[in-house]
Write a protein of this length. Structure first.
Length: 396
C-alpha cells in the first residue's frame, strides 16, 4: 500500500489540519481494504507501518520548533480515530511512537533530539516496551555510557520500529527510558504472535541484555512529574481515540455484512438483515452511542489544546485528567458493547472464520485491557467528592 496524497519535500511538510485529515482518510481507506489479510497473516503488518511512515503522519509527533508541521494535538487524536476505524491493531501500534517522540522533545538530551527528530521527519519509526507492568528492567549509569536490561516486555510497534524505547528503572527506582537502535547488540525481538488480539499491531516481546547506550540516549522520564503536565491526558486521549475508532469500524463492518445477508427473523419476509426492524433499532442504538463518544473526543482534545495555549496549572491539568479518564471509561464500555453486539446482529454466520468479524472484538478486548477502568473510576470519584487531584500518570 502507498500513500495517495503528496506532502511537500518530506513527511513533515503538511501545511494544514485539513491536509492531515485528508491524508489520514486516504491511508485509512487502504488499511481498511487490506485489514482482513493482515489479521490472517500478521507478517503483513510491517508493510502497513511503513506506508504510514511514508505518508508523513508520524511526523505529526514533532513540534514546529524542531521542523514538524506544528499542528494541533486535536488533529493527532482525530488521526488515531480515523486509522483505528480502519484497522485498530495498526492504530494501537502507533501510540508508542508519539509518546516516545514526546519524551525525546520534553526531556531528551540535545544530542538525542538532534539525531532522532530529523529522522522522524524523514519517516523513521519509534516503538516501545510496555513500562506499565512490573517488574521493570534496569539501567546502570557509568561515567560515559549506560547499560540497559529488560526481559520479555511486550514492545508496542517494536517489530516495525527503527528505535526502541525501553522503559526501565534507574538505581533509585525512578522511571527512565533508554532509546535503543533496533540493531543494537544485546537487543532481541520475538516475532511470534503474543496475543489473540491486535495481531496486525507489530507488537512483540523485547529483551535487552546489557545494551550499551550513550548517556545522551537515556531520558529521565521521572521528571515528567515535575509541575503541571498533560502527558498522561494526551497518552490516554490517543488510547481513547483507538477505542472509539474501533467501535466505529466494527459498526461499519457489521453494516456491510448485514446488508448482504438474509435476515435472522424466521418467516419475517425481509430481503436482508438491513430490512429487519429489530436490527435497525439495535444498530441505531449503537450508532447513537458512538456518535456521542466521537463528539466528546473532539471536544476534549480541543480543550487539551486550549489548556496548553493558556498555560498549564495544577487545577487545569487535574480537571483535564479527570475528564479524559471519564471519556476513556465510557469509550471502553462503548467499544466492548459494540463489538459484542455486532456478532449478535450477524448471527451464526458471523462466526465463520473467513469473515473475521471477531477481529473487532479481539482488538477491542485486548486494547481495553491496556489499563484498568476501575482505577479511573476511583480517582474520578475522589475528585468529584473531595476535589482530590488524580496522580500524575500515563494511565490517567
Amino acid at each position: 500500500m502507498t500513500a495517495t496524497i503528496d506532502v511537500e519535500a518530506k513527511p513533515g511538510g503538511f501545511r494544514s489540519d485539513q491536509q492531515v485529515i485528508q491524508q489520514a482518510e486516504a491511508v485509512a481507506a487502504e488499511l481498511r481494504a487490506t485489514a482482513l489479510e493482515r489479521d490472517r497473516d500478521p507478517s503483513l503488518a510491517a508493510d502497513a507501518s511503513r506506508a504510514i511512515a511514508q505518508s508523513g503522519l508520524l511526523a505529526l509527533a514533532v513540534p514546529a520548533k524542531y521542523g514538524g508541521p506544528g499542528l494541533s494535538r486535536a488533529t493527532v487524536v482525530e488521526v488515531f480515530r480515523i486509522i483505528a476505524a480502519a484497522d485498530a491493531a495498526v492504530a494501537a501500534s502507533l501510540v508508542s511512537h508519539f509518546v516516545l517522540v514526546d519524551a525525546v522533545v520534553r526531556l531528551g538530551h540535545e544530542d538525542l533530539r538532534g539525531r532522532v527528530l530529523p529522522e522522524v521527519l524523514d519517516g523513521v519509526r519509534l516503538g516501545g516496551t510496555c513500562g506499565h507492568k512490573p517488574p521493570l528492567g534496569s539501567v546502570v549509569l557509568a561515567a560515559d555510557h549506560a547499560l540497559v536490561s529488560a526481559d520479555g516486555y511486550h514492545g508496542n510497534g517494536a517489530l516495525a520500529a527503527d528505535w526502541i524505547g525501553a522503559v526501565v528503572e534507574d538505581d533509585s527506582g525512578r522511571v527512565t527510558i533508554g532509546i535503543v537502535p533496533n540493531n543494537a547488540p544485546g537487543l532481541s525481538i520475538t516475532t511470534e504472535p503474543w496475543s489473540f488480539g491486535q495481531r496486525a499491531g507489530t507488537v512483540a516481546p523485547v529483551t535487552l541484555n546489557r545494551v550499551k547506550l550513550p548517556l545522551s540516549h537515556v531520558i529521565p522520564e521521572w521528571r515528567s512529574l515535575d509541575g503541571p503536565t498533560v502527558r498522561g491526558s494526551f497518552d490516554q486521549l490517543l488510547h481513547t481515540a483507538i477505542d472509539i475508532g474501533t467501535a466505529r469500524g466494527a459498526l461499519d463492518g457489521a453494516r456491510e455484512f448485514i446488508q448482504r445477508t438474509i435476515a435472522a427473523t424466521h418467516g419475517g419476509g425481509e430481503a436482508s438483515g438491513a430490512d429487519e426492524v429489530s436490527i435497525a433499532e439495535q444498530v441505531g442504538d449503537l450508532a447513537s452511542d458512538i456518535f456521542v463518544a466521537e463528539a466528546a473526543l473532539r471536544d476534549t482534545a480541543r480543550r487539551l489544546d486550549a489548556a496548553l495555549a493558556e498555560g498549564l496549572t495544577d487545577r487545569s491539568t487535574a480537571e483535564l485528567s479527570i475528564d479524559v479518564a471519564a471519556l476513556k471509561s465510557h469509550a471502553s464500555k462503548t467499544v466492548i458493547r459494540t463489538t459484542n453486539e455486532i456478532l449478535e446482529l450477524a448471527g451464526i454466520e458471523g462466526t465463520i472464520t473467513e469473515h473475521r468479524l471477531d477481529r473487532f472484538w479481539r482488538n477491542a478486548r485486548t486494547h481495553t485491557l491496556h489499563d484498568p477502568v476501575r482505577w479511573k473510576y476511583r480517582h474520578i470519584g475522589r475528585f468529584v467528592l473531595n476535589e482530590t487531584p488524580p496522580p500524575k500518570s500515563s494511565l490517567i
